[in-house]
Design a protein around this ligand. Structure first.
Ligand code: CA
Length: 232
């Protein structure tokens, strides 16, 4: 698959240079912007496939950039944040970001996130309409409402199945507790998040082979969950 066109939004020159050098060395096409306004105009004129976005910009909050880009674009957004507070990441994810990197990050981490995003991009077009979801030994047949692991039907409760479908349809994207509870229960009270933990634990028990080393559902402590693509 062709390497995606990336827009790098970062006001800190050393970090922008590090990211640019990494992308260049790995054959990615990219452009850069140092401000929120610059990011919006680059995004509008080039329609990048992926946006790497620093949250702390001089002229605008990165979350505002996400909101404005999301008005017209579904391009995956990976947030780069120096702030270690979960609240900022959650706000960015709820505004429509797909993933996040916390500064300082390694070049390997950056490349790993880009690979996850590329796989997501490759599937984005087809995934929305597909009737059957296949991810390694996991199959979800949306039309019949059944899920299978290695051909064996998973005995899921309606809520577990709903959770699995939500994660599957957003494979590669970090979903916040709030997003998940609102999608599944229509609300996001404290006790919904507590229920979510319980249902996620029972879903995992049925879905994941070895307890303690989940292959499919990744936990982002204090933030949410992500469905990973499993290699065959
Ligand atoms: Ca910054």
């Amino acid at each position: 698959m062709n390497k995606p066109q990336i827009l790098v939004v970062e006001d800190d020159p050393p970090i922008r240079n590090l990211i640019s050098a990494t992308l260049k060395a790995h054959g990615y096409r990219f452009t850069t912007a140092a401000t929120g306004e610059g990011a919006l105009s680059e995004a509008a004129s080039r329609a990048p496939d992926v946006i790497l976005l620093d949250l702390g910009l001089p002229d605008m909050d990165g979350v505002e950039v996400i909101r404005r880009v999301r008005e017209w674009s579904n391009a995956p957004i990976i947030v780069i944040s120096a702030r270690s507070e979960d609240a900022d990441k959650i706000e960015a994810l709820d505004a429509g970001a797909d993933d996040y990197l916390t500064k300082p990050f390694s070049v390997e981490e950056l490349l790993a996130r880009l690979r996850v995003t590329q796989r997501r991009l490759a599937l984005m077009g087809s995934a929305a309409q597909e009737a059957v979801y296949v991810n390694g030994p996991l199959t979800v047949d949306y039309s019949s409402g059944c899920a299978f692991l290695s051909g064996e039907e998973l005995r899921l409760t309606p809520i577990e199945y709903k959770l699995l479908c939500l994660l599957a349809r957003n494979t590669g994207k970090v979903l916040t507790h709030k997003f998940i509870t609102q999608s599944v229960w229509g609300s996001s009270w404290e006790n919904d998040v507590a229920s979510l933990r319980v249902f996620m634990a029972t879903l995992r028990k049925k879905l994941e082979g070895a307890p303690g080393s989940p292959r499919y559902i990744q936990t982002h402590v204090g933030i949410g969950y992500r469905m990973l693509r499993v290699e065959n």
